[in-house]
Design a protein around this ligand. Structure first.
Ligand SMILES: *Cc1c(COP(=O)(O)O)cnc(C)c1O
Length: 447
């Protein structure tokens, strides 16, 4: 070896009875993996310790694939929790930004002011505050408005949203005392009124049952009724639908939205604050928005936790971009709404083009035995929202399970398996990603 990268012949042979190769030599042999040297050393050590020297390249690739990387979502689940919920774009160049600088005066500004104003305008609120996610929004509001006092919640709304986010646990951490009201299936205004007679209640909390439905003999107290109780009403609507009329779409609200609560209408109904996620139906980055009465928003903003839960500049920028698109009524500029709003025939056409392209390269060239078929599918909103709602869609079906090969493609592609077939739903695949999908399918079908 003269200077060049060491190759596999440098590693010594496994199981040959020779001494194991040095960690450093083995690490250098995987230098081309793309991992920093320090991580190559870790992989090399692991390979030696586990006697897997012969597959050290594979171990390096496994480690590389653990890094966060763009993936193609062919699952048909628009807000896929495992894939970071809503897709958002951020600039790729390093730059400073006026995160806390008032450009008009040159003085220190507030990172919350402008984004808060825009968020407030977007949902018809007096003021708004942005934090890291909706769970932190709930925690901050309860800490800011009800610490050491009671927060009344219907027993039917003490929900677990997923990822072990349980409303009662968040409430405990906030220092507010949970006052359970009514029963699992029925909670009336009079139940709340009775709770007020026995406990010191600072706020009433209404939590949207995002991911499940209680049906049958049920009764929920409306926000309008709760607003008559004389304390602030906090509505955790979760999903971040801004306006039930969806004025950013060209047509009427889609049927799959059904009775999903919206920020604007919940405030109009009498909520003093609404809380929602940035990365569910809002279609922005992970964030939590607290919007409503200015005095309450400011009270939350003054709580020490507000500093701990504040968003970074990248999040503010991505959220600003999303909210400005709403104000422009430009759903095409919000990837979630662009995906959600595409007509089924349009998705089907794209699926057909992908299928044609793959079947053309079919070696047998037998039109009676296409390698892939176009199928109608049901996309789902996902993200723990709108259980049971589907969006008619279309995709590609392959007769066997090739999801592992697709996942291992350079740009990982996540698809789903249904009755032993691989289904790639095109609704969640951007047209710009189709060439990659075609290449990956080709490679998997023509090994
Ligand atoms: C999803 C959801 C949350 C949690 O939101 P995150 O932004 O994931 O923290 C809280 N409340 C409701 C009702 C939700 O649907």
């Amino acid at each position: 070896m003269t200077g060049g990268k060491p190759d596999a012949s440098d590693r010594g042979q496994p199981n040959s009875g020779n001494r194991p190769p040095s960690v450093d030599r083995l690490a250098r042999s995987i230098a081309s993996s793309g991992l920093p040297h320090t991580l190559c050393v870790e992989v090399a050590r692991e390979a030696i310790d586990s006697q897997q020297i012969d597959i050290v390249d594979q171990l390096a690739r496994i480690r590389l694939r653990q890094l966060l990387t763009p993936v193609i979502n062919a699952t048909g689940t628009l807000l896929h929790t495992n894939l970071g919920r809503a897709p958002v774009s951020i600039r790729s160049q390093a730059t400073f930004a006026n995160v806390e600088l008032d450009l008009a005066t040159g003085a220190r500004g507030s990172r919350q002011r402008t984004i808060g104003d825009i968020a407030a305008t977007a949902c018809g609120a007096e003021a708004a505050l942005v934090v890291n996610n909706c769970a932190s929004a709930l925690m901050l509001v309860l800490a800011g408005l009800a610490s050491g006092r009671g927060a009344a919640v219907s027993r039917g709304e003490l929900v677990e949203i997923g990822g072990a986010f349980r409303v009662p646990d968040v409430m405990k951490q906030s220092g507010a005392q949970l006052v359970e009201v009514g029963t699992t299936n029925r909670t009336r205004l009079s139940d709340f009124a009775s709770a007020f007679r026995v406990a010191d209640i600072a706020v009433v909390l209404s939590v949207h049952q995002s991911n499940y439905k209680i049906s049958g003999f049920t009764e929920q107290t409306s926000v309008t009724d709760l607003a008559t109780l004389g304390v602030p009403v906090i509505a955790d609507i979760g999903s971040g639908l801004l306006d039930s009329g969806c004025p950013w779409l060209d047509g009427p609200p889609p049927a799959w939205l059904a009775e999903e609560p919206a920020a604007r209408q919940t405030l109009e109904a009498g909520a003093d604050l609404v809380l929602f996620s940035g990365d569910k139906l809002l279609g922005g980055p992970q964030a939590g928005i607290i919007a409503g009465r200015r005095d309450l928003v400011e009270q939350c903003g003054r709580h020490p936790l507000a500093r701990a839960l504040r968003p970074g500049g990248l999040v503010i920028e991505a959220l600003q971009q999303t909210l400005l698109a709403y104000l422009e009524r430009d759903h095409e500029a919000i990837p979630f709404w662009k995906m959600a709003n595409e007509s089924q025939p349009s998705v089907r056409n794209r699926a057909q083009a992908v299928a044609d392209s793959i079947n053309r390269t079919n070696e047998t060239g037998d039109p009676a035995h296409p390698m892939v078929k176009v199928v109608d599918t049901d996309s789902v909103p996902g993200g723990g929202t709108l259980p049971g709602r589907t969006i008619a869609s279309a995709g590609i079906a392959v007769a066997r399970d090739i999801t592992e090969q697709l996942r291992n493609w350079d740009v990982p592609i996540v698809a789903r398996v249904q009755d032993g077939r691989t289904i790639c739903d095109l609704r969640t695949v951007d047209p710009s990603q189709e060439p990659d999908l075609i290449d990956a399918l080709d490679a998997a079908l023509h090994p």
